[in-house]
Design a binder for this molecule. Structure first.
Ligand code: NAG
Length: 191
């Protein structure tokens, strides 16, 4: 574990002088890794922004998630994958699981449920995976970020070919790069 972390840290030190997170793909994350997700869209406002979770939805550039966390306030969400399901990381027993609704109704809605709360009828819960670049996909699909959401944040959607999901204008296609969390902070995110 110690050596593995050292190996992961090395490229970060190499890139530290740029003061920007490392975007180059590193080693494939282990299947049980806890990770944050970083939006990649060069030349845009959301490039390198971390994914946040609040109110059952996923955002970037959200000022505050207001989650209840074990190790102090978290300014971004921490995730893990299990059997194709994507979960918000928490040390507590209440699972918060992501779903993607790629139906005509959902238009690519990316959200999460808490505990026994059911997903929307067209919600897919077990189509999440990391590709060879550690980019998150939903059955191969990537993501969109749309401006002018709550608190000035951008809402995150699964790309379905709909340019303006739920009427949102100015959406940008993004990659969602998983970055391993060395010290994951367990949180219960707001519903
Ligand atoms: C977080 O709390 C602040 C202060 O109550 C509020 O203004 C903000 O809208 C909240 N954000 C979310 C995502 O719930």
């Amino acid at each position: 574990m110690f050596f593995k972390n050292l190996a992961l840290a090395a490229p970060l030190f190499a890139g530290a002088s740029t003061a920007l997170p490392q975007a180059a793909p590193g080693a494939k994350l282990s299947p049980d890794a806890k990770f944050s997700l970083m939006a990649l869209r060069s030349g845009s406002e959301v490039h390198f922004a971390s994914f946040e979770a609040a109110k059952g939805s996923v955002f970037v550039k959200l000022p505050s998630q207001n989650a209840s966390c074990d190790a102090g306030a978290a300014d971004h969400a921490t995730f893990y994958l299990q059997d194709g399901g994507l979960y918000l990381y928490a040390a507590s027993a209440t699972p918060q699981q992501l779903y993607a609704d790629r139906s005509g109704m959902g238009q690519g809605k990316l959200g999460y449920t808490t505990g026994a709360q059911p997903a929307p009828s067209n919600g897919e819960r077990t189509s999440f995976a990391l590709d060879e670049n550690n980019d998150l996909t939903v059955n191969g699909a990537g993501f969109l970020a749309c401006p002018n959401s709550i608190d000035g944040a951008w809402s995150v959607w699964v790309s379905t070919g709909v340019e303006k999901p739920a009427g949102n204008q100015g959406c940008l296609g993004i990659s969602a790069r998983a970055v391993e969390a060395a010290n994951p902070n367990g949180c219960l995110y707001t519903q």
